[in-house]
Every structure is written in C-alpha cells, then in structure tokens.
Design a protein around this ligand. Sequence first.
Ligand code: NAD
Ligand code: TYD
Length: 358
Amino acid sequence: MTFPHLLITGGAGFIGSNFVYHALKSNLARRITVIDALTYAGNLENLSAVAADPRLTFQRLDITDRPTLDSFFASTEFTHVIHLAAESHVDRSIAGPEAFVRTNVLGTFHLLEAVRKSWSGALSLQSVADRPNRLFLHVSTDEVFGSLGATGAFTEETPYRPNSPYAASKAGSDHLARAYHHTYGLPVIISNCSNNFGPFQFPEKLIPLIILNCLQSKPLPVYGDGQQVRDWLFVSDHCRALALLLTAGRVGECYNIGGSRERTNLDLVRAICRIMDQKRPAGAPHDRLITFVADRPGHDRRYAINSSKIQSELGWQPTQAGDRALEETVDWYIENRNWWEGILSGEYHEYYARQYGA
Ligand code: NAD
Ligand code: TYD
C-alpha cells in the first residue's frame, strides 16, 4: 500500500529518522513530509543520505507553535500522520519536566487540533472502522504502564501508572489521542513500545552512551545495582511494526510492541563490553570501566511487553537475532565517528540550552 502523503513528526530524531529510511525504502508513501523542531535530539544529518530524494520534504517546525502549525496545515494536505516528536529522555524529565509537558502534552494537543481541523471535511466520522482514508498513529512508550514485579508483562489492558515526568507526559498525550478518537472520531491508533536501540540514537541513552564511553575509555555508569530489567527492541523491528499499524492496524486500538528480550542493565552493559573486547582488543577488558553510580530517582525496576496482539493480528515478530543487532549497532557507532563527535562537541546541547533555558 502506498499512501498519498505521510507526515512524520520528529523525523530528525532517533526512531523518526530510522522510520523515514524505512518508509522510503518500502515505498510507504508517494510524498513524505518531516516536521521537526531540531531540538538537541534532532539532527538533520540523520537524514542526509536521503535528503535528495524527491519524495521527501523537511520543514523545521515546533509543534507547540500553534499559529505556524495551523498555517502549515492550511497549506498542505496529509492523508497519514505518524507522531514521533517528543522530549524522550527520563533523566532530562527529572531535571527539567516543563519541556516534557510543553512538547509531549501541549504539543500533541496542538497537533491533534490541527489535524482534526484539516481532516474535518475528509472524514466520515461515523464510519472509521474500515480501512480509513486518513490515519493518525500516535507513538508512545511502555513506560506509561509503570513498573512490574519479578513476573508478568504489560498488555494493552494494563492500567496506566506512569512514574517519571517523561512517562506522565507521554501518558497525557496518549489520553488526548484516545479522546480525539472517542469524541471526534479522529482515526487514531496508539502504539506502546519498549526500549529501542540502533543507529542514530542520541548518546544520552544507555546503549549508545556505553558504546561511546567504551570507545573513549571513559567510565560506564550503571545506576544503582544494575538489576533493573528492560525489554530491548532493535529500532528496525519497531519501524516495521509502525508501518504495519499504518497499513493494517485497527482504528481506535492500542498495540503493544516489544522485543521479548528482557535483560538487566548490568547484563546488557557486560554484553556490550564483550563485543567491544572483540572490536577493540587494545581496550579489553572493557568491563573494568563499569562504575556503579547513584540510582535514578523513582527508577522503574522492570518493564516487559506482551506483544501477542500485534503478533496475532498483523503477523509482526521481532527479529530473533541474539546479540547480532547489538553488534550491528556497535559497528554503526564505530563507523560513524563524525556523527557522534559532532554531537559531543556540544552544538546540540547549546541549541537545547538556548531553546529551553535548561
Ligand atoms: P528522540 O529524542 O531521539 O527524537 C525526538 C525528535 O522530536 C527530535 O528530532 C526532536 O528534535 C523532535 N522534537 C522534540 N520536541 C519537538 C517539538 N516541540 N516540535 C517538533 N519536534 C520536536 O526520540 P526517539 O527515541 O526517536 O523517540 C521518538 C518517539 O518514540 C517519542 O515519542 C518516544 O516517546 C517514543 N518511544 C521511544 C522509545 C525509545 O526507546 N527511544 C521507545 C518507545 C517509544
Ligand atoms: P535509558 O536508555 O535512559 O532509557 P529509559 O530510561 O527510557 O528506560 O535507560 C535504560 C536503562 O538504563 C534504565 O534502567 C536506566 C539505565 N541507565 C544506567 O544504568 N546508566 C546510564 O548512564 C543511563 C543513561 C541509563
């Protein structure tokens, strides 16, 4: 299926840029427009390999800027929207929650309003159950469900119990997206995915941080006892799932997406160290760099996702690649030194400080 015109918000970020590549490669849409505010986490270099593709247009746009958003929607018609723009890092949300409420809650609200207005003439509000001619895919996280004990997994019916300002702001945006479907008939699907990793991930997140610190012989910070559990998913698996939801997901439904690859943070850090020992034997053993540091306040202990709904309805499966995807990710950071050196040089952090006063 090829959509007429797909809008990707946050398409210069980690998952967004991976999704742009996936969408172009799979010919998901005849036209693709990316909007992104280019905060510290957005990087146009992520899209440089496809910048010349005639199907792709980029516009710098902050979703909290309603007047600009309204004139943007007044000038262009979209048939499908995938909403990835967000503030996304838990530690930053603890240090400065305001930007999270602004972008994730208020920004999502403005976007939903702009889309509702734009689609008001194009929708048959009573009959959106079949394959719709318009679709809004709201991309969210498993963190909205809170923390699990030693057993069990989040399903689509698990009650929301967000614990960090990030999770609470994403929960707020999920509720707004749901309400816009329920109240206005906006054709919305919501996805809740576990921790992603892969190329283009900003190096404040655990996996790229550990890889880059190994490459620079810096300490590898492990919060608390390192026994927190996350369910890691390779970003290309997530992109495949999102494309499937756009083409075949049921309107008004929520779908959980996860890797079924739970592991403790310490185990994961050690696995990266073993890969680095092979790639960079001069620095071995890299696990000598592991340093236990103060725990994150309110740190969720365990996340696990039950993805049986998307698996049974749409036939999606995560790739069972063992640590191959992790190794591929390590290789990507080794081969793309210019990319992360540009980020570490501070220009994106400076932009962030100017923009948000943080
Ligand atoms: P990211 O931080 O790498 O990218 C976010 C992008 O949004 C950046 O390009 C940034 O410039 C842009 N952005 C931020 N504020 C904006 C604003 N006000 N207006 C327009 N653009 C803005 O995040 P990511 O890891 O790619 O996550 C993308 C989405 O997926 C988020 O909604 C996140 O909650 C969700 N998610 C992420 C993960 C994960 O593990 N990374 C897992 C599940 C869900
Ligand atoms: P992160 O990549 O920040 O994702 P999230 O908080 O959204 O799950 O962190 C993943 C896990 O790794 C989380 O349990 C916190 C932990 N962590 C560390 O132990 N050390 C670090 O330096 C970072 C950034 C995270």
